[in-house]
Write a protein that binds this ligand. Structure first.
Ligand code: HQG
Length: 179
């Protein structure tokens, strides 16, 4: 079984298009693991998938994208579904980082960091991770430094994604510096 491919399909189902799999995410993004497995098994390439495969894609991934608790599974971040997934609000560290493409800088300066197609802005705790995120869109990405605590103290909400990825609402440009 190709676990990278399986992980991508699980992300697609749980972040972007649960309805295509006959799934309805609850307020926190959970679905029954067995419902996801049943939907996947309808496709020939996943007809033998079981819960141990889902556990494996989570354990073997370098990023903590999904979690399973009891008999439920959810994506921890990245959602673009219509109904906003409720995330736990939490005070951020002083600084967080966001890697992006050079071509987006003018728009970010004007409009701030916006969630774009997702429900939240995604931020990293360290510059290196932010650089890797930016590399998905530009060979020479830009790492922006976000004065997260300052923004939080002035009413911008931050939320827990996973251990290293933070989520937030729109971050106005006055909290963003370009190192
Ligand atoms: C940019 C991956 C113009 C933003 C990653 C980014 C991450 C603006 C792009 C996670 C803008 C949106 C999320 C503005 C923001 N004008 N462009 N005002 N505000 N942007 O993919 O943060 O591997 O939705 O800079 O590692 O790149 O899938 O967000 O370049 O953790 O698990 O608009 O997805 O994780 O792109 O990535 P995305 P992201 P996975």
């Amino acid at each position: 079984m190709n676990y990278t491919e399986l992980s991508k399909e699980v992300s697609y189902a749980l972040r972007h298009n649960p309805q295509e799999y006959g799934l309805v995410l609850d307020d926190d993004g959970w679905v029954d693991t067995e419902d996801l497995l049943e939907a996947l098994r309808k496709k020939k390439k996943w007809n033998k998938v079981d819960v141990n495969d889902l556990i494996k894609i989570i354990d073997e991934s370098n990023k903590k994208r999904h979690e399973i608790i009891d008999n439920k599974i959810r994506a921890l971040y990245g959602h673009s579904t219509n109904k906003t997934i409720i995330k736990e609000k939490i005070e951020p560290p002083e600084f967080l980082y966001h890697g992006t493409a050079r071509r987006f800088l003018d728009s970010i300066k004007k409009n701030g960091l916006t969630p774009m197609k997702r429900q939240y802005v995604h931020l990293s705790e360290d510059k290196e991770t932010a650089y890797e995120v930016g590399k998905r869109r530009d060979s020479k990405p830009v790492v922006l430094k976000v004065m997260a605590k300052d923004a939080w103290n002035n009413g911008v909400a931050f939320y827990l994604g996973n251990d290293t990825i933070w989520l937030s609402d729109l971050i106005p440009n006055n909290y963003i510096t370009h190192e």
